[in-house]
Write a protein that binds this ligand. Structure first.
Ligand code: WTA
Length: 699
């Protein structure tokens, strides 16, 4: 079965944008034509060992060369690459450039304060990273130990990651917008014994009390014996508890500015990064050293078409995978200059990004559709005053980009002469897997276009798992055959890795996203499958759940402003509130953020009015997860729609929350049935009216 033809969603003729010839003075792209792309792609999927063997030798510096390129497969879940080789990620990102070109700028730091920026050379990065690595060694961190990093967007966050990589420690960066509870859960799960944090963070003129939040988390993490505190603001009121707490500046100043790199086996873990899964418990996606580094290095080189002198500015936070791969590992491994941006796109005004591009002569710029949409709304006048002529490549990541936002990015920011790269990938894939190549791939606004080298994309029938061959098909996005940067496991829970990614469709990696392949073979990623195709996928979900050994449903992940959130995680935050009896959370379409969070809650008895309760429940979610998970609406309702077996029917909640069914529809059963689908499994049909009325009350 196919779930609709690609043409349904791309009915209007889509303009094709053909690459321009390079401007005089601009470099010739690394992949100069579609013929080159096709030949390389063909080799990469038909002879992956030959292709990646060569690439790994060309792009990485090895402590010990490998003989075997790949081993294992998706059937067995035992993927490994370059197994008998040895490599160090920090050596590749720092030393090999610092040793030949110590004065080249590695990092440009653009602080939250508009007039405050700093350039740091590769030579300086080597010294700073070494000093910190020596501090880690002094406090007992050894190869294989997990280190938590909870830092603002300062160069020291990058040093912290690289210092871990240098000595073989496994970093677990926790986004600085996460709450104390979330930080605690992640430190406990990873069994961290050391935390690197800062006194405070600055963002959009606001101060974030990082050390206070960390202290709250640490109260329940007795295993963390050392906390390295970087002074960002030097606010004297920040609590400091020796001997557990030590100052970054004091400790590093006592250390030698060189620390030898530990040669790591290719498959030694490099880092873990927690991402939302379908259950309340976040999963620690684990990436290994050589494969991840190769993926990050190769994609950055080819997709941002890096050449000598280029300045790459990725606006993500190092707390997300985009920051790991495209602020830290990818650009630095290529010896490029990378921008670390501490602020937000609208501070002090909506020209901030463009001021940054102009000031630092940025050549490739990478951000999320949510930011593009928000800036577009604020008007072109914020873009116009700036000289953006340094830009060659504009990237988008994190969610589907709607054609209007794409066109604005292209015409207003790119002045119709930059390559737009809509890059599709995930925390689990480690690096970009579907993308145009600048100067090479003709683009269509809204399509991530074609697979990157080595990624053999398959569109599967969600129910039968059969591959939908040919063009003009829609189904679930899967990948056949492993590629170097794919995550190897979920930390301490390989069964969950198998259940989530490799068992739903035997022999394939299952992405959790829906996708269309149009008549030209271009991919259109539709987002997490529970969102876009919910009416169909409710049954698919049942199907997949049946396949799985675990009790978890794999698809309840929503994407809000490019951040992946689990509905179950938000629900478990809500029901911790004493007044909340039951909670069901759904994503609804939102013009700005792609999807927004709507929470339905039933109450235990409570004296509070609904407005006060909604505020309290919102605060509960912010405290449990973080401010970026703030619900758009909390709907207090007398009941939730359930099947006779007690399963919440989210399909109904989504439609009610998205106002696809309204009070007038209650008059007509036939209309209700058309809009809501089959309601025969609903235990109490009266609940539909209750819900619709609760939503109407709330407006
Ligand atoms: C979505 C972020 C459409 C998708 C790198 C995926 C996208 C999830 C795109 C991963 C894109 C990412 N077009 N959807 N270009 N890029 N997504 O793990 O649903 O935070 O599964 O990784 O974001 O989010 P994650």
């Amino acid at each position: 079965m196919s779930i609709g033809s690609a043409n349904e969603t791309t009915a209007d003729p889509v303009p094709m944008f053909h690459p321009h010839a390079p401007r005089p003075g601009d470099p010739v792209p690394h992949i100069p034509s579609m013929a080159h792309y096709r030949a390389m792609y063909e080799e990469s999927v038909t002879k992956p060992d030959v292709f990646f063997g060569k690439l790994a030798q060309d792009l990485l510096s090895w402590h010990k060369p490998f003989n075997q390129v790949s081993h294992g497969n998706f059937h067995e879940g035992n993927i490994s690459w370059f197994v008998d080789g040895q490599v160090n990620a920090c050596y590749n990102c720092v030393d090999r450039h610092a040793l030949v070109n110590p004065n080249k700028v590695a990092i440009i730091w653009e602080a939250d304060e508009m007039d405050h920026h700093r350039s740091i050379t590769y030579g300086e990065v080597l010294a700073e990273v070494s000093r910190l690595a020596n501090v880690l060694l002094k406090y007992g961190v050894r190869r294989g130990h997990a280190v938590a990093i909870y830092m603002p967007m300062v160069p020291e966050a990058v040093y912290a990651m690289l210092a871990c990589a240098r000595i073989g420690a496994v970093h677990s960066v926790v986004f600085a917008g996460f709450s104390a509870d979330a930080l605690r859960d992640r430190m406990l799960d990873a069994k961290c014994r050391l935390l690197i944090t800062a006194d405070q963070g600055k963002r959009g003129g606001k101060t974030i009390q990082l050390k206070n939040i960390a202290d709250e988390a640490l109260a329940e993490c007795p295993a963390v014996h050392t906390v390295i505190v970087f002074q960002r603001t030097n606010d004297k009121s920040v609590p400091f508890h020796p001997p557990r707490d030590i100052w970054w500046h004091e400790e590093t100043s006592n250390q030698r500015p060189y620390c030898p790199c530990t040669p790591m086996n290719s498959e030694d873990p490099l880092f873990m990064l927690y991402t939302s899964g379908s259950t309340g418990k976040p999963k620690g996606v684990l990436h290994t050293t050589a494969g991840y580094l190769l993926g990050a290095t190769a994609t950055t080189k080819y997709i941002f078409d890096l050449h000598e002198g280029d300045v790459h500015a990725c606006m993500a936070d190092v707390g997300w995978i985009t920051g790991h791969s495209y602020i830290v590992y990818g650009p630095l491994s290529n010896g490029a200059t990378t921008v670390v941006f501490e602020s937000i796109p609208t501070y002090p005004n909506a020209g901030r990004y463009w001021d940054l591009v102009d000031k630092h002569k940025v050549t490739s710029f990478y951000t999320a559709p949510t930011a593009i949409r928000a800036l577009r709304r604020l008007g072109d006048d914020f873009v116009k005053p700036y000289d953006l002529s340094s830009l060659r490549i504009l990237g988008s990541v994190g969610e589907p980009i709607n054609p209007d936002a794409w066109m604005w990015y292209h015409a207003i920011v790119g002045r119709s002469r930059c390559a737009i790269v809509d890059t599709y990938w995930q925390t689990e894939t480690g690096s970009i897997i579907i993308t145009p190549l600048p100067g090479c791939t003709p683009t269509k606004p809204g399509s991530a276009t074609l697979p990157f080298f080595g990624v053999d994309v398959a569109v599967l029938d969600p129910q039968t798992g059969e591959e939908l061959k040919g063009n003009g098909v829609t189904g679930v996005l899967a990948v056949r055959n492993s590629f170097p940067s794919i995550a190897r496991t979920i930390y301490d829970n390989h069964a969950r890795y198998m259940d989530t990614y490799l068992l739903p469709y035997k022999g394939f990696y299952f992405s959790g996203d829906g996708v269309s392949r149009d008549e030209d073979g271009y991919y259109w990623v539709r987002g997490r499958v529970d969102g876009t195709f919910h009416s169909l996928f409710e049954s698919t979900q049942d199907y997949i759940v049946r396949l799985l050994t675990s009790r978890s449903a794999p698809l309840d992940v929503i994407n809000v402003a490019g951040h992946r959130l689990s509905t179950a995680e938000i629900e478990s935050a809500l029901i911790k509130h004493p007044a909340c009896a039951e909670a069901a959370v759904v994503g609804v379409p939102d013009d700005l953020t792609g999807q927004a969070i709507v929470c339905f809650c039933t109450l235990k008895s409570s004296d509070l009015d609904n407005k006060t309760l909604s505020a309290a429940l919102t605060a509960q979610v912010r405290a449990h997860i973080g401010p970026f998970a703030t619900p758009k609406r909390i709907i207090i309702t007398p009941d939730l729609p359930k099947t006779r077996s007690g399963k919440i029917m989210r399909r109904i909640l989504r439609k009610v929350a998205g106002r696809e069914v309204v009070q007038e529809d209650l008059q007509d059963d036939a209309i209700l049935k058309i809009k809501l689908g089959d309601l025969s499994t609903l235990a109490d049909p009266a609940v539909v009216a209750l819900l619709i009325n609760s939503v109407a009350d709330r407006l």
